[in-house]
Design a protein around this ligand. Structure first.
Ligand code: SAH
Length: 231
């Protein structure tokens, strides 16, 4: 972790990754852990407001919208958001966000998917209101380590009472790869969120592939947590 704590990836670098299609993180078929643990996220509820921080063009946004939930995402890359709507053939309209200079909201014409093009740090509950559920994959682990506390403090202000938050982290030897994704140990999840919610580790999955071997790693795990913001 020591070797990663000072690493900074700028917004410009993220935009360049999208321009170069250097988006190895994107999962065209969606994430199997959301499929498997959807019931845990929904907890018997329907018509939820679900937040996708640092959303990229995650196809899971389409899944949840098709199930009748209302989806809100935030992403700095406008290209990513436009690719999302284009790849799902979803008509959308664009409008400025009056509270945030330079920001845009891209909303599906059907109204149930609203994607903010801006930095997550520009958002607040007065702009996006609060959420019943969060899918955080490639988000906390993509945040610069120096911004983790700020990110988590903001996320906590966006959670309704009795909301649930599915968090996917990654585990590997941080001395061998600079990230992102960054390694966030369980002890840090507990210190970041522990005062605000119940934390349960649901599953650790071996996700090691050739990509990780090329990064110089010899193991790579995904670790899924459910965070419950109790009333
Ligand atoms: N969650 C997505 C994308 C993961 S990659 C998925 O699972 O596929 C991280 C994404 O965060 C990138 O698309 C990057 O452009 C975006 N990003 C990085 N910093 C951001 C910030 N401060 N605010 C909003 N988006 C950001």
């Amino acid at each position: 972790i020591g070797s990663q704590k000072d690493r900074v990836v700028t917004e410009e670098e993220w935009l360049q990754r999208w321009e170069m299609s250097n988006i190895g993180f994107h999962k065209e078929r969606g994430h199997p852990l959301l499929q498997k643990y959807l019931d845990v996220l929904l907890n018997g509820r329907s018509g939820l407001r679900i937040f996708f921080p640092l959303c990229g063009k995650a196809v899971e946004m389409k899944w949840l919208a098709d199930m009748g939930h209302s989806v809100v995402g935030v992403e700095v890359s406008e290209q990513a958001l436009k690719e999302f709507f284009a790849e799902h053939s979803l008509p959308y309209c664009e409008e400025p966000v009056s509270e945030i200079s330079g920001a845009k909201k891209l909303q599906s014409t059907s109204g149930n998917i609203s994607l903010y093009c801006c930095s997550i740090y520009d958002l607040s509950s007065s702009i996006v209101d609060k959420f019943d559920g969060v899918w955080d994959r490639g988000a906390l682990v993509a945040v610069n380590p120096c911004d983790r506390q700020r990110y988590v403090s903001l996320m906590i202000t966006l959670m309704e009472k009795n909301s649930s938050y599915l968090l996917v982290t990654v585990s590997y030897d941080p001395n061998k790869h600079k990230g992102p994704p960054f390694y966030v140990p369980e002890s840090e999840i507990k210190s970041l969120f522990g005062n605000h919610c119940e934390i349960k580790c649901l599953q650790k999955v071996n996700d090691f592939s050739d990509k990780h071997r090329q990064w110089g790693l010899d193991y790579f795990l995904e670790v899924l947590y459910i965070l419950k913001f109790v009333a």
